[in-house]
Design a protein around this ligand. Structure first.
Ligand code: 0RA
Length: 654
């Protein structure tokens, strides 16, 4: 064959392969959300997690311990690892480099290592080929067998065959990609979001170093933003991180690790003085928000083991009522992490583990290890039982209070709170409710609203801090009772004291509207804490929003402009200035909603045609749990540090 014939032949083969490849990757490009969840911020970040997951898999089989992520100046991403490098040899069936197959064929990743332990995730585990399909440009560099291999792609299509571009003494894989701006609606990476995921991965996979460098931004010393995560003790370190601002009841978390019926199970747990139940479960490093069989197994094992210990100890003899399953989990922070070969994910968001064999495995594991622990730690065992008794007593009180409230609502006609100005529409999908800080702003909102579909519920001052209060307090707080009844939600059944009944939910948009100052953001946080702890499902369904009133009204002559940021204000002032002079410009800083009249409030903050609502979402439930307990808990220094780092009002109020 001449050189030209060779090239032609290669091209023909290449084209034949390509047809097949295009079918797969075109499907991803046509319906990206089916593969990565969505095409907004979440999906954009999903690309990074997908690539990192492949490196984590390499680490799990013991060949890699450093994974580094970079956000480049143009919002492209690189992930490097020091694993064996993606295989580059000829893939016999496909008749081209294995590397190319991994990068261009759906679900091809990892299939070479038949003997090895490979688990794959739910939403994750779609394969790096998906990332390739959704990238404008991607380059992969592999160091292995003393050489450097390279291939690049446009929209998932190889630009040329895999080639050797140099020699190398090391091994590893470097993947660089630039997400396709024709697919994603959001293209800016969030350093904190990626950091939170890397932190989580470091705790879930002890011994691996994960770093993130943000090349878009430098600190005061001229260094790029940088985070490094590493954990020696895995889940127990995670528990200590999550409980850092809680008052704990034992010197160290209880750590459980082993394998049952072929299922690797890892659990760490610790009791604290709070009333919240904080269970976080993972399957193959993926957070299972909706729980599933591993969580059920944990609950069963925990309840049975503690109950049997408590009964044997005689500590329950004075108790005049039953202990329920909930009582064993009040003030408990626990992480359950299992690895499952072929996970079945179910539920609304496909984050509920369905594999039935996992339930027994976790149950047995917990029973055996916890029984040992209790025998070896009598002091901690007594503390736990006392905590359970306290929880049972409080639950008993809460039930009485709740029954009283719910009976009263039935008796008092419509049952709606007197302070609610309801809308006339009845279809919940079309209805909105504004939870407004203060009676006076509530009055303005009532005048300004469209009464057809907008309801107003004014809340008085600071609502109850549910993070610190005993559970039954929420049924005694007037403001919180009003929220429940206005929304049409009941909480708690005989079986589950925390179950939400959303059947009679009256609004599908619940909008928190507070002053744009420090007090206002504190009140918004109190309300959000309440929703996060007691009405999580409303947030998960996307029903909870935050209104964004403007910070400034700038006037000059007849022109009026509202501004939401400092940058906007500067821009507008510049535009309205004549010859660099600000003469005739009047700037009004809105400190509170009360400074706006009804028309202004409607125009800027409530009119659906103009307003901006920020939807409340939970990107990372574990991190959200930690932040809420810190913001609303007892310790001041970490809270101050967080607020100083994140406050957008700080400079404005100063
Ligand atoms: C399968 C087999 C081998 C390496 C990998 C997968 C691998 C994949 C990725 C993805 C990102 N980084 C990775 N590192 C390794 C190697 C098999 C062998 O060398 O015998």
């Amino acid at each position: 064959m001449t050189e030209e014939e060779k090239n032609n032949s290669a091209r023909e083969n290449y084209n034949a392969d390509n047809i097949q490849v295009l079918e797969g990757l075109e499907a991803v490009r046509k319906r990206p959300a089916m593969y990565i969840g969505d095409i907004s911020k979440r999906g954009l970040h999903h690309l990074v997690y997908e690539v990192i997951d492949n490196s984590i898999d390499e680490a799990l089989v013991g060949y890699c311990d450093i994974i580094e992520a970079f956000i480049h100046e143009d919002n492209s991403i690189s992930i490097t690892d020091n694993g064996r490098g993606i295989p580059t040899g000829m893939h016999e069936k496909e008749n081209r480099s294995a590397l190319e197959v991994v990068m261009t064929v759906l679900h091809a990743g990892g299939k070479f290592d038949k003997g090895s332990y490979k688990v794959s995730g739910g939403l994750h585990g779609v394969g790096v080929s998906c990332v390739n399909a959704l990238s404008k440009h991607l380059k992969v560099t592999v160091h292995r067998e003393d050489q450097v291999f390279f291939q690049e792609y446009n929209f998932g299509k190889p630009v040329e065959d895999v080639k050797v571009i140099g020699d190398s003494p090391k091994t590893g894989t470097i993947t660089w990609f630039k997400p396709d701006d024709g697919i994603f609606t959001e293209l800016v990476y969030d350093f904190e979001v990626i950091s939170a995921r890397l932190r989580e991965l470091a705790y879930l996979n002890k011994g691996i170093t994960l770093t993130i460098t943000d090349e878009r931004e430098k600190d005061e010393e001229g260094n790029f933003l940088f985070n490094k995560f590493y954990s020696d003790n895995g889940l127990s370190d995670f528990i200590e991180y999550l409980d850092a601002t809680r008052e704990i009841l034992m010197p160290n978390p209880i750590a459980i690790e082993g394998e049952k019926n072929g299922v690797p199970v890892e659990v760490s747990m610790q009791y604290n003085t709070s009333f919240a139940e904080n269970l976080h479960s993972y399957v193959n490093n993926i957070n299972t928000h909706e729980g599933g069989t591993h969580l059920s197994g944990f609950r069963r094992g925990l309840t049975r083991t503690l109950k049997s210990y408590a009964e044997k100890s005689g500590m329950l003899s004075k108790l005049k009522f039953d202990i329920s399953g909930d009582d064993f989990r009040e003030g408990l922070t626990a992480i359950i992490s299992v690895k499952v070969m072929e996970p079945q994910f179910e539920g609304q968001t496909k984050t509920k583990l369905g594999n039935s064999e996992v339930m027994g495995a976790v149950d047995q594991m917990i029973s055996e290890s916890l029984t040992n622990y209790l025998e070896e730690h009598p002091k901690e065992a007594r503390t736990i039982v006392n905590k359970v008794i306290l929880a049972a007593t409080a639950r008993h009180a809460a039930r009485k209070a709740r029954e009283l409230v719910q009976r009263k609502n039935v008796l008092s006609g419509s049952g709606l709170p007197g302070k609610l100005s309801d809308c006339s529409e009845r279809d919940p999908e079309l209805c909105e409710i504004y939870l407004v800080e203060g009676d006076s702003a509530g009055g303005t909102a009532k005048q300004g609203r469209d009464r057809k579909f907008q309801a107003i519920l004014p809340l008085r001052g600071k609502i109850l801090n549910v993070e610190k209060a005993m559970p039954h307090k929420i049924f005694e707080s007037e403001e919180i009772k009003n929220i429940f009844t206005a929304l049409g939600i009941t909480i708690g059944t005989e079986e589950d004291s925390k179950a939400l009944n959303l059947e009679k939910l009256r609004y599908h948009k619940i909008i928190i509207m507070t002053d744009a100052d420090v007090d206002g953001s504190h009140i918004a946080t109190l309300i959000l804490t309440f929703f996060f702890r007691h009405m999580t499902e409303l947030i998960e369904r996307g029903y909870v929003y935050i209104a964004t009133p403007p910070f400034y009204l700038i006037k000059k002559g007849k022109e009026q402009v509202y501004c939401w940021t400092e940058e906007e204000r500067e821009e507008v002032v510049k535009r309205l200035s004549t010859n660099g002079k600000e003469t005739g410009i009047h700037i009004q800083r809105y400190k509170g909603l009360g400074e706006m009249n009804a028309e202004q409030l409607w125009n800027t903050t409530m009119d659906p045609a103009f307003r901006t609502l920020r939807q409340v979402t939970i990107d990372n439930g574990t991190e959200a749990d930690r932040v809420f307990s810190m913001l609303m808990g007892d310790e001041v220094p970490p809270r101050r540090e967080f607020i100083e780092k994140n406050a957008k009002y700080a400079n404005i109020d100063a």
